[in-house]
Design a protein. Structure first.
Length: 172
């Protein structure tokens, strides 16, 4: 993002700073991989387009509070039951695009994220630093991180990236 740091609003500096967003993306990627290992016994990195979707689910508090309690609730069912949130997630993908890009680069530069081709993986070696950060963080930050891990798992179960994006009404 080309916006000067001081020109950002206080909300942008707090909620959308690259370090925090990289932690969210690390958790989404780790959740995605964990679900792949559980279901198929194989590893799978998070498709990069789903990093944008995951961030949109997690970074908006109202959407985050409406997420289901279990990955057994299908994404399609949730979308049908929460049409306004579906719209907010789709809109959020576009709004958050520059912040997510910035977080991906920040996370890769600082050894938290591995970007390979069209996928993103949470570096296992970053777990200690991220967990230390989360232990010292507020309850809201820890909630975002926990929900990000859930969203990663849920997105893995939601279908192919193109299916997930089509269900949400996100333009590629």
């Amino acid at each position: 993002m080309t916006t000067d740091w001081q020109a950002r609003t206080i909300e942008q500096r707090n909620l959308l700073n690259p370090a925090f967003c990289a932690v969210v993306l690390w958790q989404v990627a780790r959740g995605y991989r964990a679900e792949a290992e559980t279901v198929a016994g194989a590893t799978a990195a998070l498709p990069v387009e789903l990093a944008f979707v995951g961030a949109s689910f997690v970074l908006r508090g109202q959407t985050r509070s409406q997420l289901p309690g279990t990955v057994r609730t299908s994404l399609a069912t949730w979308i049908q039951d929460h049409p306004l949130e579906r719209s907010a997630v789709a809109k959020g993908v576009g709004i958050l695009r520059p912040y997510v890009r910035e977080a991906l680069l920040f996370g890769a530069h600082h050894g938290a994220l591995l970007i390979s081709g069209r996928t993103v993986a949470g570096e296992p070696g970053a777990a200690r630093r991220i967990n230390s950060y989360l232990r010292q963080s507020s309850a809201d930050v820890r909630d975002c991180a926990g929900q990000a891990h859930f969203v990663g798992r849920w997105l893995n179960k939601g279908g192919t990236p193109s299916t997930v994006m089509a269900m949400l009404g996100v333009q590629a």
